[in-house]
Write a protein that binds this ligand. Structure first.
Ligand code: ADP
Ligand code: MG
Length: 212
């Protein structure tokens, strides 16, 4: 597969060329066609395999199809286990979404809520969040997830290891059932299989490399 054959809009191809990437990674080549057809996905792949763009680019295309008003809340929600990972994902979203005029913010703990709430008030298309902080902000009723229709659980196994399962389930209750859900994980133990069975609908499973 080439980037050109993926059927992306020119603004996104421009950013990919700008980044100097020569070809999609295996996880990207496998997940893009599935994600673009609006299927749920469980992808099992190791760190460093290019998962972030594997879900962000189809998320951007999903977003552009909908023309939602970002003032009403985000359309794309990415949950990640740590502040570091969440900010890395946000950086990638900002970089690759810039030409498509996609707005993004990052919500994580250990930092004041004020600036995060101000970004939400301004309206954002994509929210990248750690489950704890997003739950706090939901309890304050300062964000609505009623417009989310593309949900990503990145590093799902790590989020469960860190004890975020109750927060994840509370967050998902705020999101309409009519959505596309993508789960990325490095391992496939029974806890992850259970939450996948509960939150995803007929997911297509993508395995890159061996399963532990
Ligand atoms: P993962 O989430 O699987 O650990 P990342 O999405 O963080 O991996 O990607 C790892 C690095 O590879 C990032 O710096 C990213 O920008 C880069 N990258 C992503 N896709 C490609 C590609 N097709 N070619 C080269 N580098 C890429
Ligand atoms: Mg990652």
């Amino acid at each position: 597969m080439t980037f050109e054959s993926a059927g992306f809009p020119s603004e996104i191809l421009k950013e990919i060329h700008h980044a100097g990437f020569s070809a999609p990674t295996p996880i990207q080549a496998q997940s893009w066609p599935i994600a673009l057809q609006s299927h749920d996905i469980v992808a099992i792949a190791k760190t460093g395999s290019g998962k972030t763009l594997g879900y962000l680019i189809p998320g951007f295309i999903h977003l552009k199809r909908l023309h939602n008003n970002s003032k009403m809340g985000p359309t794309v929600l990415v949950l990640a286990p740590t502040r570091e990972l969440a900010t890395q994902i946000e950086d990638e979203a900002v970089k690759f979404g810039r030409s498509s005029r996609i707005s993004c913010t990052c919500l994580y703990g250990g930092a004041p809520k004020g600036p995060q709430l101000r970004d939400l008030d301004r309206g954002v298309d994509v929210v990248v969040a750690t489950p704890g902080r997003l739950n706090d902000i939901l309890e304050m009723r300062r964000v609505s997830l009623r417009q989310v229709s593309y949900l990503v659980l990145d590093e799902a196994d790590r989020m469960l290891d860190m004890g975020f399962e109750p927060q994840i389930r509370k967050i998902v209750k705020e999101i309409p059932h009519r959505r596309q859900t993508l789960m990325f994980t490095a391992t496939w133990p029974k806890e992850v299989r259970k939450i996948a069975a509960d939150l995803l609908v007929h997911p297509i499973q993508v395995n890159i490399g061996s399963i532990d």
